[in-house]
Structure formats: C-alpha cells, structure tokens
Ligand binder design. Structure first.
Ligand code: SF4
Length: 736
C-alpha cells in the first residue's frame, strides 16, 4: 500500500469532501486534492486537511483498557476485554431484563456499522434501548420532512442546484464555519444573480455574505416563518394552482399564519416589518427558490413545527418538488443521513423503515433469519436513554459518541453515566466518556477501513482503506462479530455479524430493498465506478422506485433543466451507471411526494415560546454552536495541534452593552449560569450578537463545557433537546 494514492472522503462533516490519501515513508499520511468529486471539487477545510493527524496521534488508543480493582483503566488483551463486556451485558440482562441493556451509536459511524449496531442490539441483545447522537443533530428536520413529504432525505436535490436557484433562505446555518467548502455554492448563487437571506441571531461569517440578514431572538424562528407566510398571503404571492394540485391542509395553515400579524411577529422576534417585507420580496420574485435549515431551527423543543413552518413557505409558493427549488436540511455529522437510515435510531429498521410497521418487521426479520415477533419495539430517544442510565438502564455499550461533552444538561448525563453498573466504549482516543468506562476498546479510524457513508444530499459514498491500522486496534465490525460470538450463541445468532464491510453492505442492500431508503441497487463496485449514487436506488427487479422519487424520470428532470451542469459534467463521474441498472435519484418529489396520495402536507403551526424564557433570575438567552477549527465534542479535533492553535478553548460571545453592564473586558473570564449549572470562559465582545443573547461553542469539556448549561426540554415529535435557547445569567468572575 506504500505510496499508493487512495481516493476517499473526509471523516468529519456531512459534506463528506473527497480527498486523496498517500502514506508517506515516515508513517504519516498526506492529504492531497481530489478534484473528481463534485461536491467539494478538491477544496477542504482545516479539519479535513489535518484529519490524518489523529491516525498517528500520540494519544491514540492501541490496547483495550479494563477497569482494575483499584479503579484505574489498565491495558488488557482483546479476549479479556471482550469477555468482560460479554459478562457485563449478560449479567445485566439476567438480573434486570433485556431492556436494562442500552446501546448508543453515532452519526459518524459508517452505514455498515450503524446497520450492524442496530441488528446487534435488537437481535443479539434483544433490547429496544438503542438510539444515537444523530437524535441531537437533525431529528426535527427529519420528522418535519417526513410529515410534509412522506420521506426525509436531507437535501432532496444535489448541491449543484443551489447556485442555479433564484433565492436561498438559510435558516440557523453557518456553513462558513461548519462546512466551508460548501460556501462556494452560495457565492456562486450571488454571482449568478440570486440572493441569499440568512436567518441567525448572530452575524456569522455566513451572515456577513448575505443580501439580507435577519437576526431573530433565539427560539423565535417559528414566529418569523409565520410572519413571512402572513405577508406572502396578504401580498397575493401564493401559488394557488400548486396548492390545489400538490398539497393538503392549506386552509388551516393559512388561518394560522393570518393570526400572526407582522407587527406581532416583530415584537416576538425583533425582526422589523420592513425586513420581513424585503425577505418576502426576495424569496417570492424569482421563479425558483429554496429554504435550507440547519441546527438553529431544529434544536428546539418545537423544532419539528419550526421546520414545518419553513416548509410551509415552500409549499405556499409552489417551490417544493419543482426544479431548482424546495426545502432541504443541511445535515451535520459525517454520516448523519445514513446513520439514521439503517437501524440505530430508536424507532427505525434498515432502509428507513418504521419499527412499528408489521411488513417492515417481517421483511427485515427475514433478512436477519429471526422471528419478527422476537424483534423489540421502539425504545427511548437519545436524551431519555441517557437520563435512564443507572436506573432503568444498567449497562451501556457505546460506539462513536462522547455524550459527556455533547449531550444537553451534560453534568447530569455524566452523573447518570457514572451510576451505570457497566459501561463499554469503543473509541479511537480516551474521550471524556471513555474515561468513565469499565472497558474501552480501541477501534480503527476512517482511513484504516473501508465502508460507506451517505452525505447530506443522500449521495451514498465509498470510503476506502488507505493505510493499515496500528497493531492492537480492531474495527467496530470485528467488535460486534466477537461480541455476537460470545453472546449470540445463546440464541443461535452468533454467525450473522461478518467483519468484511462489503459483506455487511450486501446484507444491508437486502434489508433496505423496497424501503424508503432503498440501497438495493447500489454496490461497492458502482460506488467506486460512479463516485457515489443517490438513494433511492432499487435493484433492477424492484425498479421503478415507489418513494415519490424522480428516479424513473431523471431524464425528464434534466430536460426541464437543459443547461443543467449536472448533465453537462455528469453528476456521476467515472463510467456512469451501466444500462439496465437504476441510475439513482438525485432529485426527489418532482413527480409526486412520497405520501400515499402524492401530495405534500402543510403543517398548521402557531408560535410557541421556548421551554425556558428569560426572567429576573436568568435574564439572558444562551445559544450554542460550532467554530470552524473544531468538530462536535472535539474528541478528535482537540487532539490536532494545528486545530488547537486556531481554536484553543471555549469562549463566551457577548454584546458590548452586556459586557459593559458586567464590567467585563475582552478576554476576561465570565461565568454563564443556567438552572442546570455553571460554565466559565473568556469573554469575546462583539456587536455581531444581539444584546439579549450570549453564544458559546460546545466543543470543550471542563469548566467551559457549554452543554452543562443547555436545556434537555424535548420536542414532542422528534425528541430533539432544546440546545439552541435557554435562560442564563452572566457574571463577571475574578481572574482565571
Ligand atoms: Fe471534512 Fe466537512 Fe471540512 Fe469537508 S467541510 S473537509 S467534509 S470537515
């Protein structure tokens, strides 16, 4: 493998940028530009460029660790560590029942691992208690998309469509920091004469590039969308023919919007009526327009309805399911999309099937070779699962997540984790959560193993192994195989966990066949030859798709877009699909939506306050987010020197007026206190934030841990916690 250039993808965010990796003689791995992948066309952010540093990090785990009688984590053999995990999980099951064993996955796991983990939990452990950190990422958008369109795929169109639309409203998204190479799509949009509206309480680097920046109070974007819809109706800008032919539920939604007068919305949101009118003009005048949401509107206790309100704008103006138009979610985690499709989510089976659907249970159970009646039902959502640790759930197997840093009300979650009878963690470094485990298994990383991910566009990709893993490290699939051998034999299920990713993917194809996220027509060979395939992609025998996709009519779509660069350049580089195979489905909903009658559903929603409004004791709003040089809980990126130099620690962003009231100067330590705890970090004073709001990035542990403060109030539909808005007070503190 020496000096071989391997085309692959970044381990971090949902853009899944293409990159080339070359092992160097000194044992390091060089990253170089890979221009054949259309999403990033060679561009990488600092995280992607430095990702190989984690492969050779001096803090990389290369031996299993077990908790000694003295309480320390000490090296152990793989057999001893695996035996301990099997014993711990078996004992819990015997003493407290199968549902006392929990499993927690991650949105960074490959499709094969997510599939294997869901199968392992339901088949070998027989527990319903599995969920993953993607619940904290995009679950409100997934719920709203499913409710409106009958199907959730982050973007129902390729990113290539963005520069060619007329207007984009970017709601609660900051791609300049979260996925910088994607910013070119918005720059090109403006170069092509389109306009960009950014909705964000902060004037972010993305908002600075907007034609119009709307800065609502955190947690009021639902009201903002209602105010815009009110004006759209009042100004006669609705598309009545589209509403009649392609939607259901308009009258109730219209009535709800008309109750939200612009002046009322201005009072709630702080966005002025002229700004609302300008947004409506920019959005409605072009023939095509899009609304793209990210964590801002989604991570709320009313996230599903908030996203639904933004989808309503697309439906009322005839945008969804039309060329170069519609609603999309910019999913965050590397495999946030695929991770929610293949069975590690509490309520889902592979292929994005519902766990409660008898036909889905029968199909997947058939592939797994088990009786459908033995499959458990839906379990707790991520926060509810973490909240039950040490009480209803006594043991936990955790893969690819670091909830001690990333979960809301993190001090409480940490306390619950400490209360477990048994914790096993698979990770590449000793994360804050792994440090609490009874057993830690060192696992392979992205560049050391082959597997598939599905990016934010629904494009399934092949990540290739570029280097051998260090001695002492095994893949998560090998872990599942070894644990199934120890635990599954009791039910004759020890053989269903192959270690070869392609073998797992072949099974995943069969399990997903006929489901909403149908991968049955996708093979590793196709992924390699075509540089990614959009789902749904049924196997020839199953075509055409029945998911509301435009798979069968892609040619018609491209005819609608005669100058489509996706056609001119071929969105599927390489040799392209062979005759007789389904080409994949870059664009969804152009013919019909994926509902039973093919029509989209309006959501008749009304404004609701956030779960915890400011008061005399906690008079300020806290919102949280990311910085460009760190990723999620920072477990990997905080181990990269270059990234640490760029973003060495947390900070509290606050307005000069608030800083003056506190008597705090730039860099002074300030404490942010909520009903759940206290965090301290240096002040960063800027007019880019509203005077009633402070911002903290959430990548760090310790006293600057932002999630110590956040509110776990859950959205009733998506079970998404309200990361984006809670009440706090801010205090100046003496020297740090
Ligand atoms: Fe990796 Fe995302 Fe950066 Fe691309 S934008 S290099 S996928 S972290």
């Amino acid at each position: 493998m020496q000096n071989t250039v391997t085309p692959t993808h970044c381990p971090y965010c949902a853009l899944q940028c293409g990159m080339n990796l070359t092992p160097a003689p000194d044992g390091t791995v060089e990253v170089s530009e890979r221009t054949d992948f259309p999403v990033n066309r060679g561009a990488l952010c600092g995280k992607g460029r430095t990702a190989p540093a984690v492969l050779s990090s001096r803090v990389r785990l290369t031996s299993p660790l077990v908790r000694s009688e003295a309480g320390a984590l000490v090296p152990a053999s793989w057999d001893e560590a695996l035996d301990r995990i099997a014993d711990g999980l078996r004992r819990t099951r015997a003493e407290h029942g199968a549902d006392a064993v929990g499993v927690f996955g991650g949105g960074g796991l490959t499709n094969e691992k997510a599939y294997g983990l869901g199968k392992f939990a339901r088949v070998v452990l027989g527990t319903s208690q599995i969920d993953y950190n993607g619940r904290f990422c995009m679950s409100s958008a997934a719920a709203a998309g499913t409710r409106a369109f009958g199907l959730d795929r982050g973007l129902p169109f390729p990113l290539e469509d963005v520069p060619r639309t007329g207007c984009v409203i970017l709601v609660g998204s900051n791609p300049a920091e979260t996925m910088p190479p994607s910013l070119r799509y918005f720059t090109e949009l403006k170069e092509n004469g389109g306009t960009l509206i950014v909705v964000d309480p902060r004037r972010t680097r993305t908002a600075e590039q907007a034609d119009l920046h709307l800065a609502p109070r955190p947690g009021t974007d639902l009201a903002l969308a209602l105010g815009l819809l009110h004006l759209i109706v009042a100004e006669g800008r609705t598309d009545e023919a589209y509403i009649r032919e392609r939607t259901v539920g308009w009258e109730e939604t219209r009535a709800a919007a008309m109750a939200h007068w612009p002046e009322y919305v201005e009072r709630i949101t702080g966005v002025s009526v002229p700004e609302l009118r300008e947004a409506v003009r920019l959005f409605c005048e072009p023939e095509a327009a899009m609304v793209l949401t990210a964590r801002g509107p989604e991570q709320q206790s009313k996230g599903t309805d908030t996203v639904g309100a933004w989808i309503n704008l697309c439906l009322a103006t005839g945008r969804a399911g039309r060329p170069l138009s519609g609603y999309g979610c910019l999913t965050g985690q590397g495999n946030g999309q695929g991770g929610r499709e293949h069975g590690q989510k509490a309520d889902q089976l592979p292929g994005y099937r519902k766990l409660t659907d008898p036909a889905a249970r029968a199909h997947v159970a058939g592939v797994w070779g088990v009786d459908p009646d033995t499959l458990p039902g839906p379990g707790r959502s991520a926060y509810e699962l973490l909240d039950a640790l040490g009480t209803d759930i006594r043991s936990l197997l955790l893969m690819g997540s670091n909830p001690v840093v990333s979960a809301p009300r993190a001090a409480h979650v940490e306390e619950r984790i400490r209360a477990l009878d048994f914790l096993a963690v698979c990770d590449v470094v000793l994360s804050e959560t792994a440090a609490l485990a009874d057993v830690v298994l060192p696992v392979t990383q992205w560049a050391e193993e082959t597997g598939t991910t599905t990016n934010l566009e629904g494009r399934v990709l092949l990540r290739r192994r570029a280097v051998a893993p260090p001695e002492g490290v095994r893949s998560d699939l090998e872990v599942l195989h070894a644990l199934a051998a120890r635990l599954g034999g009791e039910r004759g299920l020890e053989k269903g966990f192959p270690t070869d990713p392609e073998e797992v993917f072949e099974e995943l194809r069969r399990a997903s066949a006929g489901g909403p996220a149908d991968y049955s027509g996708i093979t590793y060979r196709r992924l390699a030859e075509e540089n990614g395939v959009f789902w749904p992609c049924p196997a020839p025998a199953d075509a055409p798709p029945a998911t509301g996709g435009s798979g069968g009519s892609e040619d018609a779509v491209l005819d609608v877009l005669p100058d489509d660069p996706a056609r001119a350049e071929d969105p599927r580089p390489g040799s392209g699909p062979r005759p007789g195979v389904h080409p994949g489905t870059p664009r969804l909903f152009l013919d019909r939506f994926a509902t039973e009658d093919g029509r989209a559903r309006f959501a008749p929603v009304s404004h609701r306050a956030i779960a915890e409004e400011p008061d005399d004791e906690y008079p300020v709003l806290l919102t949280t987010g990311r910085v460009v040089a760190q990723y999620q809980s920072g477990a990997q990126t905080r181990r990269v020197d270059e990234l640490n130099a760029a973003a060495p620690g947390p900070f509290v962003e606050l307005h000069p007026r608030l800083a003056e009231r506190l008597g705090a100067a730039e860099g002074d330590p300030v404490a942010v206190v909520s009903r759940r705890g206290r965090a301290v970090a240096p002040a960063r004073i800027t007019t880019a934030i509203r005077p009633d709001t402070v911002f903290m990035p959430f990548h760090w542990a310790g006293e600057g841990r932002a999630n110590t403060l956040t509110n776990p109030a859950l959205d009733p539909t998506s079970r998404m916690p309200e990361f984006k808005a809670c009440a706090v007070r801010v205090e100046a503190v003496g020297g740090m």
